[in-house]
Structure formats: C-alpha cells, structure tokens
Write a protein that binds this ligand. Structure first.
Ligand code: FAD
Ligand code: EPU
Length: 346
C-alpha cells in the first residue's frame, strides 16, 4: 500500500475543491484494505473509501483516512452464450467500456465516459442512455472489513434501483466493493431507444457507432471535470405520481416526463431548474452549468460552502415554483461522516 504524503484532496475528487484529509492511502489489493482497517495507528480514525471522487462533495476537511481503491485486473472467461468478466474494483470504468468495445464485446457501450471506478459503479447503479449497471452486472464481491470475509452478492441481492442499491443502505459502512462480475451476451442487442441513439437502424448499427455517439453527446452536454470541477448530475430526477404530473401539466404542458411504472413518472430535474431561470446562476465560485442546469460546477475558486449555498438556493427555487423537493445524488462528506444538505442547513 502506498501512503501519500501530500494530504490535499483536490486531485482525488472531481469537484476539485481545496480540502485536505488527515491521511491518503492507495490500496492495491484486499490485504491493503484489511491492514489499514486493523492497523493500530488508524484505529480511532474515520475511514472513507474513494474511487475517483466523481460523486462526492467534501463539505470540509476530512478528519480521517481516505483510502483510494486501486485494485486492478480484468479476467475474461466465456460460456457458449456470454462473455464473463471479473473486474477489480479499482479499474477505471470508462477504460473498461473501451476495453470491451475494442474486443467487440457489447453491453457496456451506453455507459461510456461515466467517470469513476468499477467498484463504485454498483453503489448508485450507474445509468445513462437507457442502460443501468443492473442490466449487465452478474455479481458484486464485497469485503467485510470486520470479519475479513469476502461475500459474493448476485445482482438480485444488490437491490438495484434508480441511483440506488443495498450499498447505500445495509452494506454502506465497513463494506468495500473489491470486484464486479459482468455477464455480456455474445449475441449483441443494441439499446438504442433513447435519443439521440434512436437515429440508428437497429439492423445495421455497430457497437463502435453507439460508443462513439454516446461519447460525443456526453462531451457536448457535460463539462469535463478535468477542466471545470463538477460531479455530474447534482440532483436525482424526482419520481412523482401520475396524478401529480397531471396537475403540474395544467400550468406546464411541455414538462418532460418518463414512465417509471403504472402510477409513477420521472421528471427531468434539469428542466425544473432551467425553468427557474437558474442556468449560469452563481454563488461565489460555484455556478449552475450554463449548458446543463442539473450540473453544479466549480469555476475554479469555489469553496464547499459556495456549492452548498448554491445547492440550497436551487432546492428552494424548485420548491417555490413546483412544490417538488429535489434530492441530491452527490454524496456529501462532513469531517468524519456522511451528511446531507438538509442536515447542514438545519
Ligand atoms: P466516488 O465518488 O469515489 O465514491 C462515491 C461513493 O461510493 C462514496 O460514498 C464512496 O465512499 C463510495 N465508494 C467508492 N468506492 C467504493 C468501494 N469500492 N466500496 C465501497 N464504497 C465505495 N453517474 C451516473 O450514474 N450516470 C452518469 O451518466 C454520470 N455522469 C457523470 C458525469 C460527470 C462529468 C461526473 C463528474 C459524474 C457523473 N456520474 C454519473 C456520477 C459518477 O460518475 C458515478 O457515481 C460513479 O460511479 C462514481 O464513481 P467514483 O469511483 O468516482 O466514486
Ligand atoms: N433539460 C432542460 N434544461 C437543462 C437540462 C435538461 O430543459 O438545463 C431537459 C432536456 O432538454 C431533456 C431533459 O431535461 O428534455 C433531460 O435531460 P438530459 O437528457 O440531459 O438528461 P438528465 O435527466 O439531465 C440523466 C442522468 C444523467 C445521464 C443522462 C443520460 C440523472 C440524475 N441524470 O440526466 O446521469 O447521463 O440522463 O441518460 O438521472 C449523473 O447521474 O451524474 C448523470 C450525468
């Protein structure tokens, strides 16, 4: 394991906010994680596992050990019908997608360019362009740091939902995702129902075309965290009843909505924020992205408090106009424990 001596967290999370951690360590294998948890010098310190920090807002300096998951390795096997991949949790997600596309293995291409590690992908069941991790995940291997055992959870046990899984609830603390298994059918089924992929003909579209198109659209819509600090969609798209939608559509007939089940629809939080006139709205160094209102950005000088104040302003504006409470997708970290916008502002 590698102990990093520069304790600045800015390079290790995509918001790029200038905060520190007491200690930053890279874990390259399972023993590293076990040793860190059981090392007497870290005994009474809080511990936070981080992939690439692309879904995190550090609200203040972290008073504990940040452990960067760097467990690597991709093992490929196959059955008569599927390619099976066993992937180390510290592998880069987009590089895995590219690795598959280069080998003509389909299934992950709609999830191209999502930042982060493979080991983080099941936590919020990453999703984009009509595919979610749950559609391709076969199992998740989880280290229990107390018992030191690794347990395999099949996809059904992971309780995947929209930006949700068991890893945000029962298996949140003391459980580290060390590997993810994927089952990708050899008979590729393109998923092109979602615009702009729906321009393609299902009979002729290629894996590379889907991959390239997803990359192009994402580059056009979302700010590159290497240039402008951000954590992707800051809020989740709210799910409301169809009844409530009918009432809202009286005043807002063009409001986009997407069916979830018989009784529920998902609204576009970006549209709601945009309708409040907040594109480009700024608090200190934090700004609502002018091209995508669902993304809050660090223009280079944002403090965590700037982002928190901006997030609160967005939430208040959407409540005032639509009576809808946005929930943040980004995970907020306080000095040594996870927190939420409502708790900070209370
Ligand atoms: P981190 O931010 O490092 O960690 C996230 C949380 O998981 C933290 O609470 C952390 O403690 C915990 N954690 C991390 N690794 C482990 C582990 N191995 N075991 C246990 N806990 C762990 N998300 C989507 O779903 N779809 C998108 O289209 C999308 N687009 C994005 C675009 C941009 C520009 C950005 C910046 C983000 C986007 N995201 C998207 C959000 C983000 O990419 C995903 O949530 C990603 O899976 C986070 O991976 P990470 O390694 O950076 O996780
Ligand atoms: N819209 C606006 N104004 C805006 C932004 C969006 O009117 O400023 C409208 C769009 O015109 C469109 C609708 O809102 O009608 C939805 O927008 P978009 O297609 O850009 O998708 P999104 O709902 O903003 C979601 C995910 C993204 C994912 C994309 C593509 C959530 C919270 N976000 O964004 O995931 O990449 O769909 O599938 O579900 C992430 O989670 O970090 C993330 C980026």
């Amino acid at each position: 394991m590698k102990v990093l001596h520069d304790h600045g967290l800015a390079p290790y999370h995509t918001f790029g906010i200038d905060v520190t951690a007491t200690q930053i360590i890279e874990a390259e294998n399972i023993d590293d994680f076990i040793n860190i948890w059981h090392d007497a010098s870290f005994n009474n310190m809080a511990k936070l596992v981080v992939g690439h920090g692309s879904n995190l807002l550090f609200c203040e300096d972290y008073q504990g050990v940040v452990i960067l998951n760097r467990i690597k390795g991709i093992t490929q096997t196959e059955t008569s019908t599927s390619f099976c991949l066993h992937v180390g949790g510290g592998e880069d997600w987009h590089q895995l997608v590219r690795w598959c596309v280069d080998r003509n293995i389909g299934g992950l291409e709609n999830l191209a360019l999502i930042p982060g590690c493979v080991g983080s992908s099941p936590i919020q069941n990453i999703g984009a362009y009509g595919v979610e991790l749950k559609d391709v995940c076969q199992y998740v291997d989880v280290l229990d740091v107390i018992t030191q055992e690794i347990k395999r959870y099949d996809a059904a046990s992971c309780q995947f939902g929209y930006r949700d899984s068991i890893f945000k609830h029962q298996l949140k603390d003391g459980h580290i995702i060390v590997a993810v298994g994927f089952c990708l059918p050899k008979m590729w089924q393109p998923k092109i129902a979602y615009a702009p992929l729906n321009q393609f003909d299902i009979a002729t579209v290629t894996l590379r075309e889907v991959f390239d198109t997803v990359c192009e659209v994402r580059k056009a819509k979302l700010p590159d965290p290497a240039v402008i600090g951000n954590a992707g969609s800051f809020f989740k798209n709210p799910i409301i009843t169809k009844n409530m939608l009918n009432k809202l559509q009286v005043n807002y007939p063009t409001m986009p909505s997407y069916g979830v089940d018989e009784q529920h629809v998902k609204l576009a939080a970006g549209w709601l924020i945009d309708q409040c006139g907040l594109k480009g709205y700024q608090v200190g160094g934090a700004k609502v992205h002018p091209q995508q209102a669902l993304v809050l950005t660090n223009i280079g000088t944002a403090t965590a408090q700037d982002v928190i104040s901006l997030a609160q302003y967005v939430v208040d504006s959407v409540v005032a106009k639509f009576d809808i409470a946005l929930e943040h997708e980004v995970r907020f970290m306080a000095a040594n424990v996870e927190t939420h916008l409502a708790e900070i502002q209370a």
